[in-house]
Design a protein around this ligand. Sequence first.
Ligand SMILES: [Zn+2]
Ligand SMILES: [Zn+2]
Length: 159
Amino acid sequence: MQLPKSRRRQKLREKKCQYPGCGKIFFGIHISKYCPEHRQDRYRIRKRTKPEDVNIKNQTFKHSYTEVVTLVMDCALEGCDHQFEVKVYPRQFIYPKYCPEHRNEYKRIRHLQLIGREDLIEQMKSESESFELDAIGDGLDENNSEGEAEDVGIVDDVA
Ligand SMILES: [Zn+2]
Ligand SMILES: [Zn+2]
């Protein structure tokens, strides 16, 4: 038995808008969930990720250990060669990604400043922000900290 493949006409049917508090009846194809108004982008309900969600401070470490083992891992921070011990538990796959010192965001930023990787700081900040805010970022955070005169110790010798 074969189902006819063509004829995939999307029948419009009466649907009830699923937007919280709306419930308006509209005509839509079977997968439509929202009335035309609530289909607009600004109403889109975004799933919030938990702030302490994986892969910012943690990493997913796939393993198949069946008993607790202690492993030595490398700090994931660019330019840090510290290693740290991690106790790996069976069926637990989320582990810290930075050495104890760099589990603190401030310290990571300091470190990146020292090695001159401002680009990675920006990246890190945007990653952690996107977990707290919805992506509405409209150039609101112009952190142009003035008065941060660079202390360049070179004086032109006009001689
Ligand atoms: Zn609606
Ligand atoms: Zn480190």
